[in-house]
Design a protein around this ligand. Structure first.
Ligand code: FAD
Length: 545
């Protein structure tokens, strides 16, 4: 292996990240003068344009995703959360996995393709009660919530208000994704209602809330009005010039005071800059997107590239590239070319892509499309939508699966299975056996523990010598210091008697510590006491040398 082999590290496994890695793999050839690593939270790539179809089960639950390892056979894949980026040291830090070891990935070239995040902050009750719609988990959760609401409504005979809440589905955001979610959800609940003897389809309401005078601001007025007519005809209520202001578990509150009773609120707005990108000391626009030049290089750096939804990319006509998948794919090609040109020496390309058109599905064999300047709507647009997106899906296997699901959907009723999605719940009870290490000195702090039964010892290693700092037992807690002080673990905790403990993840623990003053006070006292005891122990150890 050549010692000056360059390492390209891509952050994000969405359209921008995955296509950049694919183009880089193609250019890699046999030369081996660079290697590619990609870090992503999930081990799969999500084809977001088809995600709304997961709600209705028109396509299989996992048909919209492809495993990264199959798409990128020559790329080193890290399925981890990126926690921080150190531009000085040229390293990316990822979150702990099964064992809480810190993990640093060094780079020569960094590609930031982290997309954006759904952020409901500032809207009262919306973070707690609205469902986002961005990835596969969101689609599965929404589908399960809708089926649960129907199941409950079918047997709720005593409380008419609760029935109204259960049978009303509200979607906030009338852009492409909001409209597609509303259309799919509406088709689904109305099709399956006949399976519920206790539900009269007339009771079902699907409400789409949009802040402007017409939905689909991305397309011409004519097409948007066509889409509005179709949706209304199918029973979707439109609340135009209306804004979601707040939410509770029982209603959506619009600015102006209208309250819509609902137990299912989906919000596809607003998207916010990625918090990691926000933290970086790199030039950004007012709305938090990284500013890049026409070569997709972040201003002021020749080793950092950014593309996709997290970047503001200039186009030759003086505008900026919109945040869409079709643009992200073309940006990836330009970025990959330019990274290779920088490594091997060659001329850089400028990003030039005006977009091929826009398409949105309205469900039930109807869609709107603006392609090469032509407006198309209805069945023809729907057929084009399906054909084009089918061909864009990565891999023939997946295309075959989706085509089969679509065909079966024409013949069979929709699937009604409710998946109870639990599992990786934050707060967990854990059991440890004697001798087992709960965490190791130097590990990243990811959880704190409350001992329910059994015990453990706290050990500290200094200059190769191990010191026993304390023995802890039922009712005591540990692991809080690294979380509160944002440091690595200062000691090792090893189980001495078979131990059951309740463990809290960092985030939940942070919320408790921030909002329960008594808890915070007692935590501070414990930290103070432990720090003093550590210092005293160290003095004794030093004096006995
Ligand atoms: C429901 C929906 C429908 C859409 N329909 C269309 C359409 O029909 N046509 C179209 O052109 N566009 C469509 N879009 C927009 C399009 O999907 C986006 O523009 C595109 O996905 C942007 O790609 P990206 O790679 O920049 O971001 P993303 O695809 O969002 O990818 C970001 C990646 O970064 C990863 N990530 C984020 N934070 C971390 C972290 N801390 N650690 C590790 N990994 C992290 C994520 O897991 C993800 O893999 C749609 C979007 C949605 C949500």
């Amino acid at each position: 292996m050549s010692t000056d082999r360059k390492r390209v590290v891509i952050l994000g496994g969405g359209f921008a990240g995955v296509y950049t890695a694919q183009y880089l793999e193609r250019q890699l050839g046999r030369s081996g003068d660079f290697e590619v690593a990609l870090v992503s939270r999930e081990n799969y790539f999500v084809f977001q344009p088809m995600l709304p179809e997961v709600i209705s089960g028109t396509i299989g639950l996992t048909d919209t995703v492809s495993p990264l390892r199959r798409l990128l056979p020559r790329t080193e894949i890290h399925v981890r959360d990126v926690e921080s980026i150190d531009l000085e040291r040229k390293a990316v830090m990822t979150a702990p996995g099964f064992r809480p070891h810190s993990h640093a990935i060094a780079f020569d070239h960094l590609v930031i393709a982290l997309g954006n995040v759904t952020d409901f902050r500032g809207l009262r009750g919306v973070p707690e009660h609205a469902l986002p719609f961005k990835n596969l988990a969101d689609a599965l959760v929404l589908r399960s919530r809708v089926i649960r609401a129907l199941e409950e409504a079918a047997i709720e005979t005593d409380d008419p208000e609760l029935r109204r809440q259960l049978l009303t589905f509200v979607i906030a955001g009338g852009g492409f994704s909001g409209v597609e979610v509303a259309a799919e959800l509406n088709d689904f609940v109305r099709r399956v209602a006949r399976n519920y003897r206790g539900i009269d389809p007339q009771e079902i309401r699907v409400v789409l809330v949009h802040s402007q005078g017409r939905i689909l601001p991305e397309v011409s007025e004519k097409l948007a009005l066509f889409a509005q007519r179709i949706l209304r005809r199918r029973g979707v209520e439109l609340r135009l010039d209306a804004r979601l202001e707040a939410a509770t578990g029982e209603e959506a509150v619009l600015a102006g005071g209208e309250r819509i009773p609902t137990r299912t609120l989906v919000s596809t707005v607003p998207s916010s800059p990625h918090p990691l990108v926000e933290m970086l000391g790199l030039p950004k626009t007012k709305n938090g997107r990284l500013i890049v030049d026409g070569h997709l290089r972040v201003e002021g750096r020749d080793d950092v590239w950014a593309l996709g939804d997290c970047a503001q990319i200039p186009t030759p006509d003086g505008g900026v590239a919109p945040p869409t998948a079709q643009h992200a794919i073309r940006e990836a090609r330009t970025a990959a070319h330019n990274i290779v040109a920088t490594v091997r020496g060659g001329s850089l390309r400028t990003f030039e892509f005006g977009g091929l058109g826009k398409m949105g599905s309205l469900g039930h064999r109807s869609a709107v499309a603006e392609i090469f300047g032509f407006n198309v709507s209805g069945f023809l647009a729907w057929w084009m939508w399906r054909t084009i997106y089918l061909m864009k899906l990565p891999g023939w296997g997946r295309r075959l699966k989706v085509a089969t699901s679509w065909t079966l959907d024409l013949l069979l009723p929709p699937d009604l299975v409710e998946l109870k999605l639990s599992g990786s719940i934050g707060v967990a009870q854990e059991h440890f056996e004697p001798g087992q290490e709960i965490f190791h000195q130097g590990d990243l702090g990811d959880r704190m523990y409350i001992i329910l039964s059994g015990g453990a010892e706290v050990l500290q290693n200094e200059n190769g010598r191990e010191r026993r700092l304390a023995e802890i037992g039922p009712g005591e807690y540990f692991g809080e210091m690294a979380l509160l002080q944002q440091t690595t673990r200062g000691a090792t905790v090893r189980c001495t008697d078979a131990m059951n403990a309740l463990s809290l993840p960092k985030r939940e623990f942070g919320v408790l510590a921030a909002h329960v003053p008594e808890l915070r006070k007692s935590l501070d006292e414990v930290i103070e006491r432990r720090t003093r005891a550590n210092r005293a122990g160290r003095l004794v150890a030093d004096n006995s040398k």
